[in-house]
Design a protein around this ligand. Structure first.
Ligand code: XIL
Length: 372
């Protein structure tokens, strides 16, 4: 009789901890079956220097993207010199933790190695030289991580507001051909890797139309294009939610997926220029209004707005494949130094004490209620 009781208790406990009844306690699990939840991580996390952020990544995220270490200036600092150590460790980290690994970014005018578009005399190279450099760069990097990186931001930020091709050394030399060269080389190097176009300000109608055109052009040329990365560097007053959603729908209508690839939301006043802390005190106060902590009144608006965006992602989950935050915790966001150095920002999903912002708790609670 005693024995029977014990086995009944054991069976009861097994049932309690079975996957069906286990409580959801993470953001990525709350969106299981809809989209993955990513974080941009840098070497500090990969190298174990920020254990609290590391724990959050392991608990809440099932996708990672390289915040910096795969960019041209770090990976390919001179024509015959590659540096793979940091990117290798980043990819190992993702594999060790069973995460989807995203490569960012193969061709970008910014954080590009200074030699890339120039000859020994400092002149722009001929189109054929640049074409070959792009092919070598893309082929070397994509082949190295073949079968390990799920998808690549192949080109980044190639269109400006209004829809024109961005004026950069790349476009000066090759027009928009550099885009197609990069996609072709990436696909040849890893035919199974997903390939993405990535940009910010995607609510802009001109950009929207331009990317629709580029998607069609890629397809016309028989090139692979899997998704558009809508970066999603948001603010309290921009973008217009309906315009953002319109772009998401326009891309989905072209038959590609959408990634929200660099999500954060500035809680501070918008500034369009780079400025320095050395400017006047009054100026600083106005632009850096919460040097201690974010007042509840502002935090609540931030939280509601972020919840609104997550609702949109959820509603469009048939088309949205991934939502990636550009960082983990507020204390370590690039927004603390951009577009102005030294502001105290509050843009990410977790605060400076590594606590989830309230909307995350709501999402997780709702996911648990929906299960019951
Ligand atoms: C940013 C990184 O977060 C910073 O650490 C770095 O100093 C500059 O670049 N769009 C992009 C990202 O595609 O690569 C940028 O990342 C942010 C804007």
């Amino acid at each position: 009789m005693k024995l029977l009781n014990i086995s009944a208790i054991v069976m009861f406990c097994v049932a309690c901890s079975s996957p069906q009844t286990e409580k959801i306690d993470s953001l990525s699990r709350a969106f299981d079956g809809k989209f993955t939840i990513g974080a941009a991580i840098d070497t500090s996390i990969v190298n174990g220097l920020r254990p609290q952020a590391d724990s959050l990544v392991k608990k809440h995220f099932n996708s990672i993207v390289a915040e910096n270490c795969m960019k041209c200036m770090y990976m390919h600092p001179a024509e015959n010199q590659y540096f793979f150590d940091d990117a290798d460790r980043f990819v190992d980290y993702g594999e060790r933790n069973n995460m989807e690994i995203i490569g960012h970014c193969l061709v970008w005018h910014s954080q590009m190695a200074p030699w890339f578009c120039y000859d020994d005399k400092g002149e722009l190279v001929e189109p054929e030289v640049l074409r070959q450099r792009i092919v070598d760069h893309v082929t070397t990097i994509v082949s190295r991580y073949k079968g390990r990186v799920k998808g690549w931001d192949v080109v980044n930020e190639v269109v400006v507001e209004g829809g024109e091709l961005r004026d950069s050394p790349l476009s000066k030399i090759m027009g928009e051909e550099f885009i197609y060269t990069a996609f072709e080389a990436a696909h040849a190097a890893d035919p199974d890797a997903q390939l993405y176009l990535n940009d910010y300000g995607m609510d802009n109608a001109g950009r929207r139309d331009s990317y629709v055109r580029i998607i069609r052009e890629l397809k016309n040329r028989g090139l692979r294009i899997d998704a558009i990365g809508m970066q999603g560097h948001l603010g309290m007053e921009y973008p217009d939610v309906a315009e953002f959603e319109k772009s998401l729908e326009a891309y989905a209508a072209e038959g590609v997926k959408v990634m929200i690839s660099e999500l954060d939301m500035s809680a501070l006043p918008y500034i369009s220029r780079s400025a320095n802390v050395g400017d006047t005190v009054a100026f600083m106060k106005k632009l850096n209004p919460y040097p201690e902590q974010l007042p509840d009144s502002v935090a609540n608006i931030w939280n509601d707005r972020m919840a609104t965006f997550f609702n949109i992602f959820d509603e469009h989950s048939a088309d949205v494949q991934r939502v990636t935050a550009w960082g983990v915790d507020d204390g370590y966001s690039w927004k603390n130094d951009f577009p102005m150095k030294g502001r105290k920002e509050y843009p990410l999903l977790f605060d400076r004490n590594f606590q989830p912002k309230p909307f995350i708790r709501d999402i997780i609670n709702r996911a648990n209620e929906a299960k019951n």
